[in-house]
Design a protein around this ligand. Structure first.
Ligand code: GLN
Length: 230
């Protein structure tokens, strides 16, 4: 009888902490929408994964260097990234918002003149901030992870930061003392990324996502992290 084909195994990079998409729980296990989606898709499509929380920019760099097979990290689908990578069908819609310390007088981009703003390396939100930096006359300081970026604002070193709307809202809902002061800009979807050559893994991801959406598992995963309003 024919030998059964061995299940393929993939290494997937993710952010260190980007709740509700990926974060360590009280038991120090990585959980979140991205983690559950990836594991559920692997299960339906018959492959196995090891998820490595290396940081957002580090994960994207590792993918580009061919050191890992994919990235799931609340990664925005952008034309630039689609040139370099395969990106899946969108699985969550987001936009970029500006957040300030609670009680701050700063409420708009115009009030950033001459001020310092915190951004996160290699992110869509950082690109957005850099694209309007000259127009509004602010300077930027860069961090590799979201928590350090937020902290620069809560301590008052920076007056604002730029982050994806659902991530910023989740952090505020769970106690972070920042406020969102702008409407979401540059709307896009989150997608899973692989190298251009990895068409098999990408096809499996898209097929799996479609099944999870059809059988209700996708909604269950969102509700688990966002509540029933999602
Ligand atoms: N969505 C943003 C991007 O793709 C940020 C992702 C992240 O920080 N994990 O650039």
């Amino acid at each position: 009888k024919p030998a059964q084909a061995a299940e393929k195994h993939y290494t997937i990079g993710t952010d260190v902490t980007y709740a509700p998409f990926e974060f360590a729980n009280e038991k120090n296990q990585y959980v979140g929408i991205d983690i559950d989606l990836m594991n559920a898709i692997a299960k339906t499509e018959g492959f196995t994964v090891t998820i490595k929380p290396v940081g957002f920019n580090a994960a994207v760099q590792a993918l580009e260097a061919g050191q890992i097979d994919g990235v799931i990290a609340g990664m925005s689908i952008t034309p630039e990234r689609q040139e370099k990578f395969l990106m899946s069908k969108p699985y969550y819609n987001v936009g970029v918002v500006m957040a300030v310390k609670q009680g701050s007088k700063i409420k708009s981009l115009k009030q950033l003149k001459g001020q310092r703003v915190a951004i996160k390396t290699g992110t869509a939100a950082a690109n957005y901030a850099l694209s309007v930096k000259d127009k509004y006359g602010f300077t930027t300081v860069t961090f590799d992870d979201s928590n350090n970026m937020y902290q620069d604002v809560t301590t008052g070193n920076s007056v604002a930061c730029f982050e994806d709307s659902p991530v910023m809202q989740y952090a505020i809902n769970t106690g972070l003392k920042l406020s969102i002061v702008t409407k979401p800009a540059n709307p896009t979807g989150y997608g899973f990324a692989t190298n251009k050559k990895n068409t098999e893994l990408m096809a499996q991801f898209n097929a799996g996502l479609k099944k999870l959406k059809a059988n209700g598992q996708y909604t269950k995963i969102l509700q688990k992290y966002l509540g029933t309003g999602s």
